[in-house]
Design a protein around this ligand. Structure first.
Ligand SMILES: [Zn+2]
Length: 231
């Protein structure tokens, strides 16, 4: 927890350093009790709060999500549609599932994803912290854990799929996305020299943020939501 807190403030300071410091509690986001079944909003706002290595984060994905959403300052956000500053207001929320790990076992948790509305253009945007992969039920750390097991070759594909309760096809979708995105991050030459398991071990929030910033979609985000199947 200490590590998470230290890393969190490190990154938070980096992203708001040029922005006006909000008054304590002002415009802090609070979850609405309203929910909506609309599944995928057109434009999302990704929350990147951590620059430390993902393997150093000791809290659960659920706690990570709650903390990221709870600490978000809406006054710091720009509308991804019209670019208006400080125009985001809490709107509503929708529920979605997240498959994550609890004591190395896969568990499914329900999340309440907040949505904000821009008072300038009227568009609504979901707030997705970095532990979520857009359009995937699997948390980022779940996918990285599967891939780490796969690339270390310590277990058979059959055993990995059994342990994580996923289909073989899902594991191979994870793998192909990972290899493709790894190459996009490193470039052809560096990619060939970097072992997949080493890359996973060194993956940090900054890389996730830079990926999003460069390509405008998320690391390990599939092109089609239907690529993933529960077993
Ligand atoms: Zn707007």
């Amino acid at each position: 927890m200490l590590c998470f807190t230290a890393c969190f403030f490190l990154f938070t300071n980096r992203i708001i350093i040029k922005k006006k410091e909000p008054l304590p509690g002002k415009n802090r986001f609070h979850l609405s009790s309203n929910t909506s079944q609309r599944k995928y909003p057109s434009i999302m706002i990704r929350i990147f709060n951590l620059f430390c290595k993902l393997k150093k984060i000791k809290i659960s994905d659920q706690e990570w999500f709650d903390q990221a959403v709870g600490d978000l300052m809406l006054s710091d956000q720009c509308c991804p549609y019209c670019g208006a500053k400080s125009s985001m207001k809490p709107h509503d929320s929708y529920s979605r599932y997240m498959v994550t790990l609890k004591g190395d076992k896969p568990v499914t948790e329900s999340l309440c994803v907040p949505r904000v509305k821009c008072t300038s253009c009227g568009h609504t945007h979901a707030l997705l912290p970095e532990m979520l992969i857009p359009y995937s039920s699997y948390s980022l750390r779940f996918v990285l854990s599967v891939l780490n097991a796969y690339f270390l070759h310590a277990h058979t594909v059959e055993d990995i799929c059994e342990a994580y309760q996923i289909c073989h096809s899902t594991l191979y979708v994870f793998r192909d996305l990972f290899l493709s995105h790894k190459q996009m991050i490193l470039g052809l030459l560096n990619d060939a020299q970097k072992k997949a398991s080493d890359f996973i071990g060194k993956l940090d929030g900054e890389r996730l943020f830079r990926f999003w910033e460069s390509f405008r979609y998320s690391f390990l985000q599939a092109y089609h939501a239907s690529d993933f199947h529960h077993r």
